[in-house]
Write a protein that binds this ligand. Sequence first.
Ligand SMILES: [Zn+2]
Ligand SMILES: [Zn+2]
Length: 327
Amino acid sequence: MARYSDVHRIFLQSLISRRFLSENLAIQLYKRSCEIVAAAEGTDPSTQPFQNALELVANALSPIGLEIRALVDEGTKQKMIAIVNTKGDAIAQVATEFTPNEIAYFKLIVECIMLAPSESFSLSSIAAIKESTNLPSKMTKTEAESTLNAFVSKGWLLRSKRGRYSLSTRSILELQNYLKSTFEDEVLECTICMEICTKGIACSIARCKTRMHTHCYENYKMLHRHCPTCSSPWDGKRPIPVGEEAVKDGPDSRRSKKRVEPEVVQEEEEEEEDVEDAHEQEFEEEASDEEMEEEEERAPPPNKGRQRKAKHMDIATRFVDDEAEDD
Ligand SMILES: [Zn+2]
Ligand SMILES: [Zn+2]
């Protein structure tokens, strides 16, 4: 393999200045780096393959706690590359453009997305706005909306046509360690590419662990007709959606129990919930939005303490239904 040279230095600088980019653009930047050095030195451009150059650059980054990660974007199907900080509080580092309260809000949204029932990994906009009432320093509805818009415009969240929020490819790449350590029971890995999967499909067989990104599933399906984990035939069977298609339109049920701050003891939690309820009530009075009132009608708040169980019940029901179908 070629030694680390000026080509790699220039290439690395162009990657760092972007931090998050498509692989296609990275290939263009590498070519340009080769041309710049060749022109300056009066030699032929380097013929080192892109992947080798990327590997050399990654090796140079690792002593300073940075890593290069890649993931196919579920929307554009483009392979994206991110330079990721592997140390410290990932969220605080990636979201330097936000205030501490906004970062706390982002954490709450990420938590709701990760704990969403039925592996939907998404959150309705009404639920997202309501989540702002759980912040230590409260936001008005308008502030919450504009903060959410900023999360979307800066590339940390996606907002679908249905108005549901989910994690962007950039968030998944940058927050990978955080997601895996904080939500180890909820994070799903694609059976094919082993990367985090928040949108795709699940095998329709009860208790089968197969999850695949949509693009990984499309590729797999062309060559195979059986589930790679449970070997059941997939002919004519509709896989179960993972991601926002796993939930119907309409409001989300109340959020799952808080898990991001595990140091909160049970008794305090009870008290906190009362405060939370008071806040929510206050907030609801404040919010004159019709949709919000509608939600109250359609979705009576279930017992908060049972939320986590409810999630498992959802999944269990799904499996039971499938089994019935199989018979
Ligand atoms: Zn995959
Ligand atoms: Zn299976």
